[in-house]
Design a protein. Structure first.
Length: 202
C-alpha cells in the first residue's frame, strides 16, 4: 500500500501513525497538493490528501476511511473495547478532528488576499478552535487523554491537532492557555512512533 501526502497535514500524519501502531505495512510518498499538484493529480485526480493506494489498486481518500481500512487489514482497532471508554475515545477523537479542521480553516483564510477575508467567519472558526482546545485540555486534566503505554485514537488525534496548531498558527494558540493538552502532546511527540512521522517541514 502507498500513503500519499505531506506530513504537515494532520490527516496524513494521523493516518501514518495509526497505521504504524496497527502494524500495517505501507509506503509513504510526500507529495504536496499545492506545490506538486500535477504529480498528485496523476495519483488521485481529486488532488486529495491523504490518499491511499491499496494493493489491489483501489484508491481511498479521507483519513477516517484510510484508518478504517488499516483496521480491517490489521483485524483490530486501537480503540478500547469497554463501551464507556470507547464512547469517550470516539468523542475526544471527534473533538480533536474539529480542532485540526478549524486550524486548517484559519490557515486557508490567511492565504486569501486581505480584501477577500471575512472577519466574522474568521472569528467564528477561531472560537470553534479554542472551544475544541478547551475541551481537550479539560480531558487531559481528567486523565482521559494521555501518551501511553497504549495510545488510543483520541490520544493520537489530540496530540497531532496540537502539534499542527503550533506549526501553522501559533499566534492563535498560546501554549500557556492549554497547559495539560500541551504537556500531553509533548509527551506523545517524544514517542518513537511520532518521531518516525514528524511534521514535514519542507
Amino acid at each position: 500500500m502507498l500513503l500519499v501526502g505531506m506530513l504537515d497535514s494532520p490527516y496524513v500524519r494521523r493516518a501514518a501513525i495509526t497505521g504504524t501502531l496497527l502494524g500495517v505495512a505501507f509506503e509513504h510518498r510526500s507529495v504536496s497538493v499545492f506545490r506538486h499538484m500535477d504529480e498528485f493529480r496523476k495519483i488521485n485526480p481529486l488532488i486529495k490528501a491523504p490518499s491511499l493506494i491499496c494493493d489491489d489498486g483501489a484508491m481511498i481518500c479521507e483519513s477516517l476511511l484510510i484508518i478504517q481500512h488499516f483496521e480491517d487489514v490489521a483485524g483490530r482497532s486501537l480503540r478500547p473495547l469497554e463501551p464507556g471508554a470507547r464512547n469517550r475515545d470516539l468523542s475526544l477523537t471527534g473533538i480533536a478532528i474539529v480542532a485540526a479542521d478549524k486550524a486548517v480553516g484559519i490557515e486557508y483564510e490567511r492565504k486569501r488576499p486581505e480584501a477577500q477575508r471575512y472577519a466574522p467567519w474568521q472569528e467564528r472558526i477561531a472560537t470553534q478552535l479554542h472551544t475544541a482546545l478547551d475541551l481537550l485540555d479539560q480531558a487531559a486534566v481528567r486523565g482521559e487523554i494521555g501518551s501511553g503505554p497504549e495510545l488510543w485514537p483520541g490520544d493520537i488525534a489530540a496530540a497531532i491537532a496540537w502539534g499542527f496548531c503550533q506549526f501553522v498558527i501559533p499566534d492563535y494558540v498560546e501554549k500557556g492557555r492549554w497547559p495539560a493538552l500541551a504537556a500531553q502532546a509533548e509527551a506523545c511527540e517524544a514517542l518513537d512512533v511520532f518521531k518516525r512521522w514528524p511534521i514535514d517541514l519542507e
